[in-house]
Each structure stands twice: as structure tokens, then as C-alpha cells.
Ligand binder design. Structure first.
Ligand code: ADP
Ligand code: NA
Length: 334
């Protein structure tokens, strides 16, 4: 029996992934590679929708790949590659741009939010058609499912619409060109909040330095951030996101990181103070992150191995992508 195919991508951000990226996304990728035919990519083409320094982009792309491998992606169990190594992404994106209505693209709420922040003159056309490149990313691999958060649901809807549009227009009773993918909303995915303001998501752009846990920072620095996390004036360790966002965030992180159920943690900390929870969490984090940092560094210190992994990933990806693109071109009249 063939395993369902999934595809997911992550941006090569400056510096390291943060704890939200790991617990909310990368960790699920590691699990999915065992049950699915998984394609994972570092989306450097998406990164250039905002200006990038070339040397930094190159370094960040490798750093992202090194961290994905360090987190547990196994090239024997998934296909890991860099988006720009597979030129079919840009080629199919152009075709899809020509199938997308201008109004349809204009309704993408993420573009509206991001462009409003940047201002019209600094917003690129690339940012505008970013969702269409995402459509191409997914359709090239005939993915059955796309693991996404709620905020990406609209982009998967666009993917479905465009896949059906192409199939309807060009298939003419033949076999469908594209698999119409389903969003795979991972409900139990942990959402991690800022340690200093637990009402906002932990993020590179919005978190204060003390609220953001970068995976490659000195473990001691991160441990300190856990110990000084904002909680509340109550003393009870109980999961209640509305009334106790700080404590709930710590419980989520602890539970996800150590594979313990939250009720079991509530029981373990009954009658104990927040200090105990914070100290234990800091320790658990250091225990997890220390080998993670070592593995990341080992990949960075061995560029030949990293290059070989990415080259073989790109080869595997291209085999699938080229076949899809050939069918598309043939059906369109090229
Ligand atoms: P950032 O928000 O720091 O810019 P991205 O938007 O690049 O991070 O997100 C990369 C991946 O990490 C996405 O799959 C996103 O859903 C996930 N992610 C980012 N921040 C969090 C968070 N605080 N909690 C859970 N998942 C997150
Ligand atoms: Na797999």
C-alpha cells in the first residue's frame, strides 16, 4: 500500500529556529516521515519576496537544513531538499500565475496583512504571487495532504481551486493532471507563546529577546528565560489558557518536549510552586537542546555531507517534479 504523500516547507530564517518552529512544525515533520511519503523543503524562493543578502541567504538555507536533520529528519525516510535546486517550482508557478484571477490573488489575507505592514512601495509583486508559488510547490509533487496551521488554510484552498481548474480545463476526459490536496490541519499541534507575553505567539519578528527561545542560543541563556517566564499571581499549576496563559504555555512546552500528558504534569506539580515547574522545564529543555545543537554543528562542520544530502534530495524531488511539469506543458500546448 502506498503511503499518502505530504509536502511542507520552511523558510530559511536568519539565525536559528525558535522553539515555536520546532514544537509547532518541525516536530510534526519528523513524526510524519514515518507514516507518509514526505517531501520537505527549505523555501529559499519564498524568502526572496523580501530583500535578502546573498551570503546570508546561502548560509541560512544551509543552517535550516542542518537543523532539520538535527531535529530528526532522516533522508532515508523523507525527501529533504532546497526549493531553488528544483527549477520546476518557478516554472509551474508561472503557469499557475496565468490561471489565477487577479481578484482571487488579491483576496489572500496574508498578503493584505504583510503588505499593509511593508507599505506599497516596499511590497514586491513576488509577495503578491507567493501563494501561487506555494500552489506550484504542492501540485508538483501530487501531494495528498499539506500539513498547515489555520493561517495557511486559505492557501490550501487556492491550491485546490487551481488544481481543479487546471484539471477541468485541460484534462478533457483523460487522467487528472493534478491530485487535489487536502489540508491536514494538525489540531494537536502545539502553539507556543512568548515567554514574556504569553498572549502572543512566540515569533522572530514579534517576540522580545527574553520571550523568544532560539534553539541555537547558549542553553544557559535559554534556561534563564524559562526561569524568568511570566506567569500569574496565583500559585496553582493548572492548564487554563484563558485564565492562566503563562502557566499553560509552560505546561504545553514541557508536555510536548518530554512526551508527557498535561494532566500528568498537573498531578506531578500539585502543591508545588511555579519555581519548581520552571526549573524542571529549563532542565528538560537543556537536556533536549544540547544534543540538537551538537548535531546541527556537526552538519555545519561537514559541508560535503550536507551538500550530498541536499543534492540527493533535489534529485529525488526533481524526478517527481519534472514528470508533473512535462504533463502540464504537454497538455497546455507547449
Ligand atoms: P515566525 O512566526 O517566527 O516568523 P514562521 O512563520 O516562519 O515563524 O513559521 C515557521 C513554522 O513554524 C510554521 O509552520 C509555523 O506554523 C510554525 N510556528 C511559528 N511560530 C510558532 C509558534 N509560536 N507556535 C507554534 N508553531 C509556530
Ligand atoms: Na516516509
Amino acid at each position: 500500500i502506498e503511503r499518502p504523500r505530504v509536502l511542507s516547507g520552511i523558510q530559511p530564517t536568519a539565525g536559528s529556529f525558535h522553539l515555536g518552529n520546532y514544537l509547532g512544525a518541525v516536530r510534526n515533520w519528523v513524526a510524519l516521515q514515518e507514516t507518509h511519503d514526505a517531501f520537505y523543503m527549505v523555501v529559499d524562493l519564498h524568502a526572496i519576496t523580501v530583500p535578502q543578502d546573498p551570503a546570508e541567504l546561502r548560509a541560512n538555507t544551509r543552517l535550516a537544513a542542518a537543523q532539520l536533520l538535527a531535529a530528526g529528519l532522516d533522508p532515508e525516510h523523507c525527501t529533504l531538499f532546497v526549493q531553488s535546486h528544483v527549477p520546476e517550482h518557478a516554472q509551474l508557478a508561472w503557469v499557475m500565475n496565468c490561471l489565477t484571477g487577479f481578484g482571487e490573488a488579491s483576496r489572500m489575507t496574508q498578503f493584505k496583512d504583510k503588505s499593509a505592514k511593508q507599505g506599497a512601495d516596499r511590497t514586491t509583486v513576488g509577495l503578491f504571487t507567493y501563494p501561487v508559488l506555494q500552489v506550484a510547490d504542492i501540485l508538483l509533487y501530487q501531494a495528498d495532504a499539506v500539513p498547515v496551521g489555520e493561517d495557511q488554510r486559505q492557501h490550501v484552498e487556492l491550491t485546490r481551486d487551481l488544481a481543479e481548474r487546471f484539471n477541468g480545463r485541460y484534462d478533457k476526459g483523460g487522467t487528472a493532471t493534478f491530485t487535489v490536496p487536502k489540508p491536514y490541519i494538525v489540531r494537536e499541534t502545539a502553539k507556543i507563546y512568548d515567554l514574556q507575553d504569553p498572549t502572543v505567539k512566540m515569533s522572530k519578528s514579534a517576540s522580545s529577546p527574553k520571550g523568544l527561545v532560539n534553539l541555537l542560543d547558549e542553553p544557559k541563556t535559554s534556561a534563564k528565560k524559562f526561569r524568568s517566564a511570566v506567569t500569574d499571581t496565583d500559585t496553582v499549576i493548572r492548564f487554563d489558557e484563558a485564565a492562566k496563559p503563562g502557566v499553560s504555555n509552560l505546561l504545553t512546552i514541557y508536555a510536548t518536549l518530554t512526551g508527557t500528558a498535561i494532566p500528568a504534569l498537573e498531578e506531578r506539580y500539585e502543591g508545588k510552586g511555579y519555581g519548581a515547574l520552571k526549573t524542571d522545564l529549563a532542565e528538560a529543555f537543556v537536556e533536549w537542546v544540547t544534543p540538537f545543537r551538537e548535531r546541527t554543528q556537526a552538519y555545519l562542520d561537514d559541508p560535503e555531507t550536507l551538500d550530498a544530502v541536499l543534492a540527493s534530495g533535489a534529485d529525488k524531488a526533481r524526478t517527481v517534479a519534472a514528470e508533473t511539469l512535462a504533463t502540464v506543458y504537454e497538455r497546455m500546448g507547449f
